[in-house]
Design a protein around this ligand. Structure first.
Ligand code: APR
Length: 172
C-alpha cells in the first residue's frame, strides 16, 4: 500500500525514482517548476524533450533525469484554469493519473509531484489539492500498484497547508 507524504521543498533536489514536471504542451521548458527542473537537469533534458514533439494537456511523457538526483522526469502539461467549465478538473486528474501510471510502467517506486497547474496556470489550490490526492490514491489502488511512496513537494507554505489539509480529509 503506497504512502502519500506532503513535504515542503524544491522538487529538483529529490532523490526519487521520478519527479513530475508541470510542463507546457511544447515540452520546451518555461518558468516555475519547469524552469527549475530544466536548469537543474542541464541541457540534455531539453535535447531529450525536442524529439517528443510536445505533449497534450493531461497526457504525460518520460525522459531521463540527467543531472538531477531523480532517475526520470515525467513531463505533464496540466490544464490552464479558465472558469471550471472547460474540463479543467478532469484534465488535472488526467495529469496526475497518467504521470503516475507512466512512472510505474517504467519501474519507478518513489515519485515526487509538484502542485500541478496551481501556479502560472491559476488552477484554484483549494480545488486542486483534494482532486490530486483522490486521483493519486485511486491510481495506486488500481493501476499503479507497484508504487511505494508518493511525495507532494510544496514550494510554499500555502500549498503545503492546502495539501496537508486535503490529505487529512482523504477517506482511507
Ligand atoms: N519545486 C517544487 N515546486 C515548485 C518549484 C520547485 N523548484 N518551483 C515552483 N514550484 C511550484 C509553484 O510554486 C506552484 O505551486 O510548482 C507549482 C506549479 O506552478 P508552475 O510551475 O507555475 O506550474 P503551472 O501552474 O502548472 O504552470 C505551468 O508554467 O513554467 C511554466 O512551462 C510551464 O507553461 C507552463 C506553466
Amino acid at each position: 500500500m503506497a504512502t502519500i507524504k506532503i513535504i515542503r521543498g524544491d522538487i529538483t533536489t529529490m532523490a526519487v525514482d521520478a519527479i513530475v514536471n508541470a510542463a507546457n504542451t511544447s515540452l520546451l521548458g518555461g518558468s516555475g517548476v519547469d524552469g527549475a527542473i530544466h536548469q537543474a537537469a542541464g541541457p540534455e533534458l531539453l535535447a531529450a524533450c525536442r524529439p517528443l514533439n510536445g505533449c497534450a494537456t493531461g497526457e504525460a511523457k518520460i525522459t531521463p533525469g540527467f543531472r538531477l538526483p531523480a532517475k526520470y522526469v515525467v513531463h505533464t502539461p496540466g490544464p490552464i484554469w479558465q472558469d471550471g467549465q472547460h474540463d479543467e478538473p478532469q484534465l488535472l486528474a488526467n495529469s496526475y493519473r497518467n504521470s503516475l501510471n507512466l512512472a510505474a510502467e517504467n519501474g519507478c517506486q518513489t515519485v515526487a509531484f509538484p502542485s500541478i497547474s496551481t501556479g502560472v496556470y491559476h488552477f484554484p489550490l483549494k480545488l486542486a489539492a483534494p482532486l490530486a490526492l483522490r486521483t493519486l490514491q485511486e491510481t495506486v489502488n488500481t493501476t499503479a500498484t507497484a508504487i511505494v511512496e508518493i511525495m507532494i513537494v510544496c514550494f510554499d507554505a500555502q500549498t503545503q497547508t492546502a495539501f496537508t489539509e486535503a490529505l487529512a480529509a482523504l477517506p482511507h
